[in-house]
Design a protein around this ligand. Structure first.
Ligand SMILES: [Zn+2]
Length: 324
């Protein structure tokens, strides 16, 4: 990563009116006074452009530990369950697909039901996805021309938090959806139990994450293009809470991140840990009921232009709309 960095306005409301919220090593987070969005400012240029993911990031995304974890059947089980419940087939575009594991699992579990296409800025990760039989398009999503092709679903699994301009990505996704197509978004929850307990110690407050969403700010971000079908929080990793609490906010190397993912994945699949898994499941459900789980997950439907004009402020602010 180069030392150069650039200032930015609020990625949700576009205003440039924020106060410093937290400084953690080189990462400076600010909070927008208008909409309460928390975001990194300034941002290193390599991260802003996505160049980082094509170069340095490949070491992480293509490390054996990360690949093994991504390609394990349990890795995307929550995402797959959510996706399948709302989309039974058709053309699926996975934006920020990395090594292609989500589309790979989707094709494997439901053979013939979906036509998957992945896109990413990381060339090495896409090379790997292609080796696993996943169709890909290379380059920045905002600049890609899909030649009029429309999709039944567009997915952003843990992607929007990495983007300089998440609103433009959502607008592009909306323009690529069929009239009743759906958009799936999963981002870290800044009001999760883990984030509240750990504060600056939380490993997911780190330079690659440019945007830090709460339910309210995510809803504001999606509102111009989408209406919300379901909202809930999901995932809980007690090992991370324990490690970060003890680690006291030191930097966690990409290698350690990948190794932890690998260990968590192995634990999820270990037969002796089944009773633990039941307890873990109950804990995750309880956290989800309180919207305190690690990630925010939303399923979105494209808003028609007329609908967007007539109701700029829909009523989902009040609803939790949680699903199991
Ligand atoms: Zn704002």
């Amino acid at each position: 990563m180069t030392a150069a960095s650039a200032a930015r306005a609020c990625p949700v409301c576009g205003q440039d009116d924020a106060t410093v919220w937290l400084q953690k090593n080189a990462l400076r987070l600010v909070r927008c006074r208008r909409c309460a969005m928390i975001y990194a400012n300034p941002v290193p240029t390599a991260l802003a452009s996505g160049q980082y993911y094509d170069r340095a990031g490949a070491d992480y995304y293509l490390s054996p530990a990360k690949l093994e974890s991504d390609y394990a059947p349990v890795r995307y089980e929550r995402e797959l369950r959510l996706f399948r419940r709302h989309c039974r087939g058709g053309a699926v575009l996975d934006v920020g697909c990395s090594s292609g594991a989500f589309l790979f699992q989707l094709g494997r579990r439901f053979p013939g039901d979906y036509q998957g296409l992945g896109t990413d800025v990381s060339g090495p990760a896409l090379d790997y996805a292609e080796q696993r039989g996943v169709a890909v398009r290379r380059g920045s999503f905002l600049e890609l021309d899909f030649g009029g092709r429309l999709f039944d679903a567009v997915t952003f699994w843990a992607v929007l938090e990495h983007l300089l301009e998440p609103a433009r990505f959502l607008a592009q996704a909306a323009s690529l959806l069929k009239p009743d197509g759906l958009c799936f978004v999963l981002v870290p929850n800044m009001k999760s139990l883990a984030a509240r307990l750990l504060g600056a110690r939380y490993r997911y407050l780190y330079p690659q994450h440019l945007n830090y969403f709460t339910k309210a700010t995510l809803m504001k971000l999606v509102a111009p293009c989408f209406s919300v079908i379901t909202f809930h929080t999901t995932h809980f990793n007690p090992i991370i809470v324990w490690q970060d609490w003890r680690g006291g906010g030191r930097d966690v190397s990409p290698r350690e991140r990948a190794q932890l993912l690998q260990r968590t994945t192995a634990a999820k699949q270990h037969p002796l840990l089944r009773p633990m898994k039941a307890l873990y499941g109950l804990t995750e459900n309880a956290l989800a009921a309180l919207t305190l789980a690690d990630n925010l997950a939303v399923v979105l439907r494209r808003r028609e232009a007329r609908e967007a004009e007539s109701s700029p402020q829909p009523d989902w602010f009040a609803s939790t709309g949680r699903e199991g």
